[in-house]
Write a protein that binds this ligand. Structure first.
Ligand code: FRU
Length: 485
C-alpha cells in the first residue's frame, strides 16, 4: 500500500488538470460503480449537505482528490431530480480559508425561503497541527455553487475536547428557532452532542447546552455525524459512535446507531424509548445522513458512506476508494425504523434474466425464501465454492453474513463474519449489487446489511437453497462519471 506523507495528503488542488489523468485511469477499474454515487477521483467518505431545494436534490460527499487516503477534505457536489440519476457538479466547498485550511469537514443543509444553506466544519490546524474546529456556513449561489460566508458562525467550546464537528441544522417550530447539533467529545473522552440555537440561520448563534441522553452518558468516545428527524411523530436520533467496541460488531470501533424517542428542546433531553439499535448490520456503513426538506412527515431519506474510518479497501491500490449507499426511505413501524430502497429504483431494472446461477456485475435480486433454514451464496465460483455467504438460522432468527470465501479479503482483523438478527421469520430479500458494493434489505426493510464486495472475474455466480424463488435484473447505469471539478 502507498505511504502518503502529510504534504501529499494535504496538498491543495490548484487546477482540475492535476487530477484529470487520475480520473481517466480509475475509470478503467472493473470496480467503478454504475448506479451509486462514487468519488470522481481519490476518496469519498461521509455524505454531506443533503437537501431538496427547488425540485433538485443536492448531495455532497467528503472528498480527497489525490488518492485513496483521508487527507485534505473537500465537499464534492452532485445533484439529482429523482434520487436515482445523479450528475457531477464539481467542487462544492474547498478548504481555501484560514478557518478551514485543513479541510471542509462534514455537515448538513437546509432550504429556507428560496435559498439553500450549508453548514459545515472548518477544520483549522496551526503550524504545530493543533486543531480548532469552526462551525461555518455557505449559501447556494445563482451559479449553482455554494458560496462561503467570510467568517465562521462560532468556534469550539473549551469545555470539550477538539472533537466538535459535523453540524446538523434543524428548524424547531415549537421554539421558532433553528438548532445545530454538533458531534462532540467531553474532556474525559466520552461521546456527546452539543446543541446551539438561533432565530436566524446565519447569525445569532448561542450555545444551548450538551444534549442529555439518559442512560448514555458514557457510550463511545465521540459521536460523529449526528442527525435528528421526526418521523410520524417519533423523534429519531442517528449518530456514529466511535472509539468503542459494541456487542456483535467484531473488533470494529466505528458504528452507526439510532434511538427512537422523544426530543425535548426545553430541557435539551433526548429520552430514548429503548436501547440503541444498529442502523445497518453490515460490515461497511457509517456517517449516515438524512435529507432536509423531504416534505413528508412520515418518511425520511437517508444515505450513507459504504465504508468505515481506519479501514482499508482493495481499490486503494488503484488510487480511489469509497461509494455511497442507495438513498433509502426510513419509516417508523412497530417501535423501530424500517428502511426500504428509494422508490422508483425499479425503473433501473433491465429485462428480467433467467435465474440460472449467473450474476451480472450490476443487478438487483428479489428472493422469496422458503420456510426454515436458508442459504444464499453470492459471488461463488463456477463450481459453487467461495463467495459472500448468507446463512439464515430459522430457530435463532439470525442471518449470518460471511465474506471469508471471497478471493479479495480485506479488513480481516476487524471482522469477516457478522450476524443480523431479525424479529420475524425470513421471507424476502432485496439485494442490490453494484461493482464494489452489496446492499441487503430483509423482509421489506425490517433489517439491512451493507457491505463492500470486490468479486474477481471468476466470482460471478450464485447458489441458493432449494425452494427459493429468485428474480434477477441487470441494473441500468444512473450515475454519470463525468470529469467535472
Ligand atoms: C466521519 C468524519 C467526520 C468528519 C469527517 C472528515 O467519517 O470523521 O466526523 O467531519 O469524517 O472527513
Amino acid at each position: 500500500m502507498k505511504e502518503w506523507t502529510r504534504e501529499e495528503r494535504y496538498r491543495v488542488l490548484q487546477s482540475s488538470d492535476e487530477i484529470k489523468d487520475l480520473h481517466e485511469r480509475i475509470g478503467k477499474s472493473v470496480y467503478r460503480q454504475t448506479y451509486h454515487v462514487q468519488p470522481v477521483t481519490g476518496l469519498s467518505s461521509d455524505p454531506n449537505g443533503f437537501a431538496l431545494h427547488k425540485g433538485v436534490w443536492h448531495l455532497c460527499y467528503q472528498w480527497c482528490p489525490w488518492g485513496a487516503v483521508h487527507g485534505l477534505k473537500y465537499w464534492y457536489h452532485v445533484t439529482s431530480e429523482d434520487l436515482i440519476h445523479w450528475r457531477n457538479e464539481g467542487v462544492g466547498l474547498a478548504p481555501d480559508c484560514e478557518y478551514d485550511n485543513r479541510g471542509t469537514h462534514s455537515g448538513s443543509a437546509i432550504s429556507v425561503g428560496g435559498d439553500l444553506y450549508f453548514f459545515y466544519t472548518g477544520n483549522h490546524r496551526d503550524e504545530d497541527w493543533t486543531r480548532t474546529p469552526y462551525t461555518c456556513a455557505a449559501v447556494l449561489g445563482a451559479d449553482g455553487k455554494p458560496h462561503k460566508l467570510d467568517k465562521p458562525l462560532f468556534g469550539p467550546r473549551d469545555t470539550h475536547s477538539e472533537h466538535q464537528r459535523d453540524p446538523k441544522i434543524v428548524w424547531v417550530e415549537s421554539k421558532k428557532k433553528y438548532f445545530i447539533f454538533i458531534g462532540a467529545q467531553t474532556r474525559d473522552l466520552k461521546g456527546c452532542v452539543l446543541v446551539y440555537e438561533s432565530a436566524e440561520l446565519l447569525s445569532g448563534w448561542t450555545f444551548a447546552g450538551q444534549l442529555k441522553v439518559p442512560g448514555y452518558e458514557s457510550f463511545g468516545g465521540m459521536w460523529e455525524c449526528p442527525y435528528i428527524v421526526n418521523i410520524s411523530g417519533k423523534d429519531v436520533l442517528i449518530f456514529s459512535p466511535q472509539y468503542t467496541k459494541l456487542p456483535g460488531r467484531g473488533e470494529s470501533t466505528n458504528h452507526n446507531v439510532y434511538f427512537l424517542g422523544t426530543m425535548d428542546y426545553d430541557t435539551l433531553t433526548f429520552t430514548p424509548d429503548g436501547p440503541y439499535r444498529y442502523l445497518d448490520y453490515g460490515f461497511d456503513f457509517y456517517a449516515a445522513q438524512g435529507a432536509a426538506n423531504v416534505g413528508d412527515p412520515d418518511k425520511a431519506i437517508l444515505i450513507s458512506w459504504i465504508g468505515l474510518p481506519d479501514n482499508h479497501y482493495p481499490t486503494e491500490e488503484e488510487d480511489w476508494e469509497g461509494t455511497m449507499t442507495l438513498p433509502r426511505e426510513l419509516r417508523v413501524k412497530g417501535g423501530r425504523l424500517v428502511q426500504t430502497p428509494i422508490s422508483g429504483i425499479e425503473t433501473l431494472r433491465g429485462p428480467e434474466l433467467p435465474a440460472n446461477g449467473d450474476l451480472p456485475a450490476a443487478c438487483e435480486l428479489a428472493v422469496e425464501a422458503p420456510e426454515g433454514d436458508f442459504d444464499l451464496n453470492l459471488f461463488v465460483k463456477e463450481d459453487g465454492t467461495g463467495g459472500l455467504w448468507l446463512h439464515y438460522d430459522a430457530a435463532k432468527r439470525v442471518c449470518t453474513l460471511d465474506r471469508t470465501g471471497m478471493d479479495k479479503r480485506f479488513n480481516t482483523q476487524v471482522f469477516e463474519v457478522l450476524d443480523m438478527p431479525i424479529e420475524t421469520p425470513l421471507k424476502t430479500l432485496r439485494i442490490f449489487i453494484d461493482h464494489c458494493s452489496t446492499e441487503f434489505f430483509v423482509n421489506d426493510g425490517e433489517a439491512t446489511f451493507t457491505t463492500r464486495s470486490y468479486p474477481t472475474a471468476r466470482e460471478f455466480h450464485y447458489t441458493v437453497s432449494d425452494g427459493a424463488k429468485v428474480q434477477i435484473w441487470t441494473m441500468k447505469p444512473s450515475v454519470k462519471d463525468d470529469f467535472v471539478v
